[in-house]
Design a protein. Structure first.
Length: 323
């Protein structure tokens, strides 16, 4: 397949791009910053197109000749209208243009934030009760995507049926080491901040329930690729690991990698058990089940190395790709 990918240079996108290439697919990489990752321009099977997701006509032109769309890029805004314009409207354009061009498949990157507060055992069937604009944007975009069954020929008059197969992935906390020079990591800086605190011998305190079901970019890329290669339509998948890891545990692993640190790490016992997302669906459908522990250790080691350079006053590459 020839796959049009938005956000392919970012935290999740770089991993999906490489996974698709490894499976023999071609990738049309639509990005604001093509010069950030020169390696992509040299990779067989990759076409790099410079453009912003708000430049609809340019984006639509770049989609021509593709068989599928994987939409990962995030459009941010500080108000409801800005979020609607920069994210939801962009996705609506992508799915409409994909249908008009005869593109067969589209995967939308939503978020667990669309579901709102975590209730233990929550899965893809949960009601969407978002608690912020980001979650509201993701939830509303999902509804547009899944409800796009046909066009209208007039008010209340149904017209042509839609052939485009539309699916949704809701990632949780996804982390990545840069996979290629200039590649991205997650925009959250907590890993780095923990490592810097340890190097400064500062005390660290965490609640034992403060954590999540981490998943690495390499792992979630397998879910995207398997879903893309399937014939599923209007399905939603949570993209998280099976293992809960607290930030206190992460700090302890980091301290083992910084043996000179005299920081005291305190993990407060709340008397509560952490709530879990139920990620059974991707195992039942694709046989996928992820424990991020080993990838987390690699990611912590990478952050320790970067923190040491920061502490020594060395310049480091900015890996935080944000809107």
């Amino acid at each position: 397949m020839k796959v049009f990918v938005t956000g392919g240079t970012g935290n999740i996108g770089q991993n999906i791009t490489l996974e698709l290439l490894s499976r023999g697919h071609e990738v049309v990489l639509y990005t604001r910053t093509p010069d950030r990752i020169p390696a992509y321009k040299e990779m067989p099977g990759v076409t790099v197109v410079q453009g912003d997701i708000l430049e609809h006509e340019k984006m639509g032109k770049a989609m021509e000749g593709c068989d599928a769309v994987v939409h990962i890029a995030l459009g941010w805004g500080n108000t409801p209208v800005e979020m609607l314009e920069n994210d939801t409207r962009v996705t609506c354009y992508l799915m409409q243009k994909a249908e008009e061009l005869g593109i067969g498949k589209l995967i939308y990157t939503s978020s667990t934030a669309a579901m709102g507060n975590l209730v233990d055992g929550m899965d893809e069937t949960a009601y969407l009760i978002p608690t912020d604009l980001y979650g509201s944007t993701k939830a509303s975009t999902e509804k547009f995507l899944l409800g796009f069954e046909q066009f209208y020929g007039g008010q209340g008059v149904y017209a042509d049926k839609v052939k485009l197969k539309r699916n949704v992935i809701r990632p949780g906390y996804t982390f990545s080491n840069p996979r290629v020079p200039g590649g991205a990591s997650e925009s959250d800086t907590r890993f780095q901040e923990i490592c810097l605190s340890l190097l400064r011998n500062e005390p660290l305190e965490f609640d034992d329930t403060n954590g999540t079901q981490f998943i690495s970019g390499k792992q979630i890329a397998l879910l995207y690729a398997d879903l893309l290669e399937s014939d599923l339509n209007k399905e939603i998948f949570l993209g998280l690991g099976t293992t809960f890891t607290s930030w206190g545990e992460i700090a302890k692993i980091a301290k083992e990698m910084i043996p000179e640190s005299t920081s005291v790490i305190t993990i407060r016992e709340t008397g509560e058990k952490p709530a879990y997302y139920n990620v059974h669906k991707m195992k039942e459908v694709f046989g996928l089940e992820f424990d991020a522990t080993e990838d987390l250790k690699e990611h912590i080691a990478w952050n320790v190395e970067r923190a040491r350079k920061i502490a020594a006053g060395e310049e480091i590459v900015n890996v935080y790709h944000v809107w």
